[in-house]
Write a protein that binds this ligand. Sequence first.
Ligand code: F6P
Length: 556
Amino acid sequence: MQDAQFHSSISQSAIWKQLQARALEMKKHRLADFFAEDPARASDFSLELPEFLLDYSKNQLDRRVLVDLLHLAREAGLEQWREDFFAGKPINATEGRPVLHPALRGGLAEDVEIGGVSVTSVVSAELGRLKEFVVLLHNGDLTGYSGKRITDVVNLGVGGSHLGPQTAIEALRAHRKGDVAVHFVSNVDGAQLTDVLAGLDAESTLFIVSSKTFTTSETMTNARSALKWLQRAAPEASAETLLGKQFVAVTASPEAAQKFGVLPERVFRFWDWVGGRFSLWSSIGLPIAIACGFENFRALLDGAASMDRHFREAPLEANAPVIMALLSVWYCTFMGYPAHAVLPYEQALHMLPAYLQQADMESNGKSVSRSGADVGYPTGPLIWGQTGINGQHAFYQYLHQSPQVVPADFIGSVTPGHELDGHHEILLANMFAQSQALMNGVDAESVARELSAKGLSQEEIKRLTPFKVHRGGKPSNTILLKELSPRSLGALIALYEHKIFAQGVVLQIYSFDQWGVELGKGLANKLEPKLASGALEGEDGSTVQLIEYYRRITGA
Ligand code: F6P
């Protein structure tokens, strides 16, 4: 939408070229030296928000680069895009839709109407239904086919219809409410459904079929198998009764859910202006409200809304999502670092890397710009990671000594989510130490001094020193939450959501479609019957070999 007033490609702009030159310059600069050269760096390269401190001072750039990146963001029209986003303009142009997940949490400055209907009012009506349902469940007023109270809920959904709710429930372990247990089945590998169902009682288990489209074959297959499981346990009950009593749907296609057999009053809806990977704030969050209580779900939404306000109102230079987006643009597009690690120092956040993988990579893994032309530069990093402490004993070796540079986000909280003495200090000391070690490294002289103090011979010192040198210069952000609460989790996730959007705008791509997932889905549908029929004409040699091997071993 903005392209007409700006360059056909941002990469033709003078500021882009300047940043390319700066990247070459910055690569020669020692990251640790920035602090000596600029005593106010730590505080000036930090933002304190109500829920957390973002310290981005350990990054491979100086004030000039930051100014240039902000210039780039303005040149790319970020401020206008941000306004259009919150105003409900159809910024998801390839799907012809607005992108309004902030509306789900009260994050718009003003209500927006879609098709003459107020978004705020439909959201609040649906939230009201969700709340009523959770109260019924917690009060023990929902029963299965035999009259037994519902004690277990299984969410059947994948991608955005799974990752958000499970990530949030894991993160909010300390905030659980009620005694209804929530389980997740996302994989069409029947082993997962079998395992989950093995521990459950068919008389007291409720299934939530979570699918925006209600056509995702993995989810629908799991839903049908769940119904069969109920039917096996209750042959006397009709499918209609079982579906009516023990199935709930969360979807943007309510008609499809009703056609499946879910009662209209048990269909919770959301809308096509909510992207799957941004949907945890919608009815997709039902498992969160069940596991943690509606009030905590509301607090999660409020935390996200506070981030919406910040992103909407703060000038670009003091705007946490914008700064994180620009750092990501800097590394991925200008410095040529293709990956980014997410390292939570908080066990409860163990699913955050997986969540952000979908949110970021499904959004910005694109290779054409908004004009449809080849974009010609990397648009987003490969996101990966796991909890920091476990990572330290696994892949951090690579972070410290591989010649590849992997920028990282360290995420922890000041207040522990448990009462055990001594643990939290060790955890946080490790988090602070790792970002320091990655930044500073240790040079040959210091290694030699250390080995000499240990009494090693000169010959041994010479031999071992190269192996113990850490070059340093590995950049990171640290996000230090005051505490991991529903509110701060909401703010944290929304921080990343807006980072992803801002990055896409600056790099002139559409972040809210995901055409890249369709090809494989279509091919799987086409190949599935061929496993049985063996009609493999026209398939490539490798696919033929794999299917024939499958058929030989299974005796098909
Ligand atoms: O295959 C990718 C995807 O379309 C995601 O974007 C989405 O979150 C997931 O599948 C699940 O889709 P649905 O909620 O429609 O079942």
